[in-house]
Design a protein around this ligand. Structure first.
Ligand SMILES: [Zn+2]
Length: 295
């Protein structure tokens, strides 16, 4: 597939101030052990729930500096490939079916929308489109070139009204965040009741991650969190999302094996759910009302 042909962009670590994370964001355990060390960064794994994250890691403000002109060029050079992959992913999880169930004017938010290819496509198909992008040149290019709405900054900074969107999509975004729990909570707040949250992210339990270990293409300085099926599902459940469907894809990266072997590995990885990248279709469940304290 196209995905395996592209290199993952990453900055070099080491310039920013780092902060230590004392406890796991998912289960609050204080115990973790190192599992992957890279050039100037280290991934640890929670002893209790298995969540993998960089520790120490740069803060949100420092990380923002990484998404400037070089990142824009990478996003612009690959925009068509990324767009085609996102369409394939959406097709894989049956997006057309859920879209056909929505009535009235439908709204689609793409967080980490880069140059706005996907929201432009959604707009052409009659959706009310909205993007959020931290890389200023990418966002400005999207606004000017494609005439789409993009908020420049983080999702939390956008302060959207509660229950604003039918669908919230993010592809290769959540692994870059310093606080995925806060992000998922914000997505829940701004989704309409019964709205859909679609996430694509690398799979640390996939075949490639196991085979390549510290040389895995997603074990890079720009990724703060690396999820498995188990840990991402725990995050969905914790923040009120019901998992409707998931798929994984990508067995071997191009050039690492003869075409016939790669073809077979890709087929098996998808079949067994151990592909390199995973996509989840989830739905916002009913809001849990907190009980009034008894007198
Ligand atoms: Zn944990």
């Amino acid at each position: 597939m196209l995905h395996s042909d592209m290199k993952t962009y990453s900055s070099t670590a080491g310039k920013e101030r780092l902060r230590y994370i004392t406890h796991c964001t998912l289960c609050n355990s204080y115990e973790h052990k190192p599992i992957i060390s890279g050039d100037g960064f280290l991934f640890v794994k929670c002893n209790s729930c298995g969540l993998v994250f960089q520790n120490p890691q740069p803060g949100e403000i420092e990380l923002r500096e990484r998404y400037g002109g070089d990142y824009f060029r990478y996003e612009k050079d690959n925009e068509k490939n990324f767009f085609n992959l996102m369409l394939l992913g959406l097709r894989d999880i049956g997006f057309n079916k859920i879209a056909s169930q929505l009535n009235g004017k439908k709204s689609f938010l793409d967080v980490g929308c880069a140059t706005g290819m996907l929201i432009h496509h959604m707009k052409s198909n009659g959706w009310a489109e909205q993007g959020v992008e931290i890389c200023r040149p990418s966002a400005i290019y999207g606004i000017r070139d494609k005439g789409v709405k993009i908020f420049i900054g983080t999702l939390e900074e956008a302060c959207f009204e509660p229950e604003s969107f039918n669908v919230i999509h993010c592809s290769h975004l959540i692994e870059h965040l310093t606080d995925p729990l806060r992000f998922f909570t914000e997505v829940f707040r701004i989704l309409k009741p019964g709205g859909f949250f679609i996430v694509t992210t690398p799979n640390i339990d996939g075949f490639q991650a196991r085979l390549f270990k510290e040389k895995w293409r997603s074990a890079i300085a720009d990724h703060m969190y690396l999820f498995s099926r188990k840990t991402i599902e725990k995050l969905f459940h914790r923040t009120g999302f019901k998992v409707l469907k998931s798929k994984t894809w990508g067995g071997l990266a191009k050039g690492t094996a003869p075409a016939i072997v790669k073809g077979f590995a890709d087929f098996l990885a998808k079949k067994m759910g151990i592909g390199d990248v995973m996509i989840y279709l989830t739905q916002k469940g009913p809001t849990v009302k907190l009980k009034e304290p008894s007198a």
